[in-house]
Ligand binder design. Sequence first.
Ligand SMILES: *[C@@H]1O[C@H](CO)[C@@H](O)[C@H](O)[C@H]1NC(C)=O
Ligand SMILES: *[C@@H]1O[C@H](CO)[C@@H](O)[C@H](O)[C@H]1NC(C)=O
Length: 191
Amino acid sequence: MKHLLLIPLLAATLPCIIGDATQLVYDTDGHELISNSSYYVLPVERGVGGGLTKSYQWRRCNFLVLQMRNEAKVGMAVRIEPLNASISDPVAVHLSTNVKISFDVITVCAEPMYWHVSDLPPFSTSQPRQFIAVGKDEGAEMPSPPSPDMLFRIERNNGAMKGYKLVSCIGTEPCKYLGLHAFKKENWLTT
Ligand SMILES: *[C@@H]1O[C@H](CO)[C@@H](O)[C@H](O)[C@H]1NC(C)=O
Ligand SMILES: *[C@@H]1O[C@H](CO)[C@@H](O)[C@H](O)[C@H]1NC(C)=O
């Protein structure tokens, strides 16, 4: 079962608006997001490209997240897991609550394709950007409990466009919205 989740993937440097963690997140069919299903993350706006996928293996089993250029392509499905979710006990996804995000894909890599904020820029960029990477280097173990760079939150977009934004909140730093930024002719998911 696949659902669509619309997120306005905008380059935003606005202060983060923290939502109400008692509220649930809904897919485009109006169903609650649940930890045992998978979803496509798509831009709300039309004509700005397709969904998200993993590409550019910059180290073994370590990829970056980018947007498909073709608007007709929904990309790779993700799983969104609140920290208290388990296989036997699926839970609904709440706004403003830490979640782990992974691409729902089988690979030859030992570790699942969990997203994390990477401190190692693969390209030199004019502005300091942190890229969203997936997977861990072969041999590196997935930290348990997950490290702060693996935690994201979903916030509602209260502007003219209805949808959600992904947020990264690490340590005492201000929370940052995730957005798409163009480098080397591709749109990369970065903070
Ligand atoms: C997720 O779990 C709920 C509750 O156990 C179940 O009703 C639902 O069918 C499951 N959905 C999927 C996609 O597995
Ligand atoms: C998981 O946490 C949410 C709040 O974040 C709560 O509403 C829910 O009942 C919890 N579920 C389980 C299975 O612990």
